[in-house]
Design a protein around this ligand. Structure first.
Ligand code: COA
Ligand code: AMP
Length: 629
């Protein structure tokens, strides 16, 4: 079948298309129809079905003869550990943990926060929640206590499942002090904290509230799968918006199962039984969808990798893992490849390994720059597939569907819309722009199954963030163009979100932290281009009148505040003191102009600028830290 045929078959009859895709899922009660549009523009899919995610990801494979197949391969160059877990073993582990959670009174609809590094217990925790209908919210280990506290207060979890520590190449990140601090900061107090004690660091447990992972599960009876409604939230995943308050993206159970399963063959072109590796982290959407759920739902082996593309121990780690575990499809962020290319430009380390099982490399999370794509293609001699998606959609919006038809690749474009998505480029008034013109990228409603139906506790914010700007469309927050062949190019964000090493960060959230420094009167944060991480945040500080402390010291204090309050993952290293910020006469800070100065791009002096001389000061400050050359 051709891509065009499949796309048109969806477009002509979306209901039939998704009901057919739904046949691959084991239902407790089959859905009577796919789309529920009574509340348009708020849509639901398969809402009258009953189903369980864990059953589809684990139990059914054991029942269907895959019990001895590896479900999870764990490979940790950080601890020099490798082992695998079969589907039968996974079922046992998940059912027991689910039983222990049940014993603590956790049941359908209760929230559980998971704060885990890249170890199989993270996935076991996610699946145990799914088994009893509890709604998990995984928090990335690189976030600080304050970010964890914000999520605790929003999700109001009954329990936290965590490990004693995460491991970074240069340090052990102790999780327990961060959890204690977060619970202290939060108004909501979870009753139960379960800690998986790692050999690298033992956490002190608080009597009554905290439990050792193993002791917690002793004598627990295995819990059966609890059927939930199709529209039941499978999880909440917080992502950056324009303010310090993260958005809790809600994932509906049934649509998630149907859509993720569909992508495995049709998009990634893998068959059940093969090894699929997404080198991300379970704290991000790629980890939710393609380390945990999709491969397991589809009967694949997934790989949990605890390490970095470089330095653990070298830039050949990815090749070792692919060759050793016979990975057939590999997914990562372009930044990881830029890191490898920097350390091993000629790809010498790859020569040691047999990568004959690897059929394709998938890149997402940020723009796949042509240099990186071309380098990867020369090195690997396999299709390098860029694909565009967001936490909100949970899976690919535009890409090259290898399982349907490999379309010609245009480097710099994630190719074409997938079934389910009608993508338009709109001008500010919402009118469609002709091919080749840059505008806001919007997706025609309804979004397909599995995409976010709302934000947790924030229906109004959902509507104002995504639905109100262009009635009838979902606003993606990305800007780009569509060319004459219908290929999509994602060029930039239209909001204050920046992309640092494939991680989504809000400049507004960093500004909120800086504004709390006692000497800072005003501030602005921009994302400047970076050869490795894509973008890096840089802060500008205007000090309160009369402050005469050393500017370097104030800058260092601000950097430390961001690290403490948001986390090391923000990679915030530069806070520059300037006299004033460039503004329009109406007082709007000209962040876009500052970005262009930093990146040495041409820009038009905004007609409404208050005082153009300030731009020279901004340029000088940036020059001193290696930008605006
Ligand atoms: N827990 C605690 N700290 C973490 C962390 C975690 N899970 N992950 C990252 N950090 C810390 C790092 O230790 C680093 O701290 P430092 O300032 O003390 O050095 C900081 O956060 C920034 O980390 P990172 O972005 O990983 O930068 P790096 O310079 O250590 O490594 C890359 C650069 C490109 C190798 C790395 O960013 C990478 O592997 N990127 C791939 C990204 C990815 O998979 N994204 C998923 C989206 S698909
Ligand atoms: P996240 O929700 O963290 O996955 O971030 C989603 C954002 O990352 C998108 O809105 C884009 O801005 C960016 N992004 C993701 N994939 C791509 C891609 N293939 N090309 C360009 N930008 C991308």
């Amino acid at each position: 079948m051709s891509y065009k045929k499949v796309y048109n078959s969806w477009k002509n009859d979306p209901e039939a298309f998704w009901m057919t895709a739904a046949d691959a899922i084991d239902w407790v009660t089959k859905p009577s129809k796919a789309l529920f549009a009574d509340n348009a523009p708020l849509y639901e899919w398969f809402s009258d079905s009953e189903v369980n995610t864990c059953y589809n990801a684990v139990d059914r494979h054991v029942l269907n003869g895959r019990g001895d197949q590896k479900a999870i391969i764990y490979d940790s160059p950080m601890t020099d550990t490798k082992y695998s877990i079969t589907f039968s073993e996974l079922l046992e582990k998940v059912a027991v943990l689910a039983g222990a959670l049940k014993n603590k009174g956790i049941s359908k609809g209760d929230r559980v926060i998971i704060y885990m590094p890249m170890i199989p217990e993270g996935i076991i925790s996610m699946l145990a929640c799914a088994r009893i209908g509890a709604i998990h919210s995984v928090v990335f280990g690189g976030f600080a206590a304050n970010e964890l506290a914000v999520r605790i207060d929003d999700a109001k979890p009954k329990a936290i499942l965590a490990a004693s520590c995460g491991l970074e190449p240069n340090r052990i990140v102790e999780y327990k002090p961060l959890i204690d601090q977060a619970i202290e900061l939060a108004s909501h107090k979870p009753q139960t904290v379960v800690i998986f004690q790692r050999a690298e660091c033992k956490a002190e447990l608080l009597d009554g509230r905290d439990h050792d992972w193993n002791v917690f599960q002793e004598n627990a009876e295995k819990a059966p799968c609890v059927p939930v409604k199709g529209s039941h939230p499978a999880y909440i995943l917080y992502t950056s918006g324009t303010t310090g308050a993260p958005k809790g993206v809600v994932r509906p159970t049934a649509g998630h199962l149907v859509a993720l399963n569909w992508t495995m063959k049709n998009f990634y072109n893998v068959d059940p039984g093969e090894v699929f590796w997404a080198a991300s982290d379970i704290g991000w959407i790629v980890g939710h969808s393609y380390i945990c759920y999709a491969p397991l739902i589809h009967g694949n082996t997934t790989l949990v990798f605890e390490g970095k593309p470089v330095g653990t121990p070298d830039a050949g780690t990815f090749w070792r893992v692919i060759s050793e575990h016979k990975v057939s499809n590999f997914f990562t962020a372009p930044t990881a490849f830029r890191a490898i290319k920097r350390m091993d430009p000629k790809g010498e380390l790859k020569k040691k390994y047999d990568l004959s099982n690897l059929r394709a490399l998938f890149l997402a999370g940020e723009r796949a720059d042509p240099d990186t794509v071309n380098w990867a293609e020369n090195l690997l001699q396999i299709p390098i597939i860029d694909h565009w998606w967001q936490t909100e959609t949970g899976y690919v919006i535009a890409g090259n569907p290898l399982g349907i038809e490999k379309l010609p690749i245009k480097v710099g474009s994630p190719t074409v819309p997938m079934p389910g998505f009608v993508i338009k480029v709109l001008d500010r008034s919402g009118s469609e722009l002709p091919a080749g013109q840059l505008g806001s990228i919007a997706i025609k409603l309804p979004l397909p199954p599995g995409t976010l139906p709302t934000l947790w506790n924030a229906q109004d914010r959902f509507e104002s963030s995504y639905l109100n700007t262009f009635p009838g469309y979902y606003e993606t927050g990305d800007a780009g163009i569509i060319d004459d062949d219908g290929y999509i190019y994602i060029m930039a964000r239209t909001d204050d979100v920046i992309n640092v090493a494939g991680h989504r960060l809000s400049t507004g959230a960093i500004e909120e932290v800086l504004a709390n420094h006692p000497d800072v009167a005003e501030c602005a944060v921009i994302g400047v281009s970076d050869n490795l991480k894509g973008q890096l945040p840089v802060g500008f500080l205007c000090l309160t009148a009369g402050v005469d402390r050393d500017h370097m010291i104030i800058g260092t204090e601000c950097v430390e505040m961001v690290r403490k309050q948001i986390g090391p993952v923000a990679a915030f290293k530069n806070a520059l003191v300037v006299d004033r910020l460039p503004k329009t006469r109406s007082g709007k800070i000209l962040r876009g102009t500052m970005v262009k100065i930093a990146n040495n791009e041409e820009f038009k002096l905004p007609a409404t600028i208050d005082d153009p001389v300030i731009l020279q000061e901004i340029r000088n400050a940036l020059f001193k830290i290696g930008y605006a050359k």
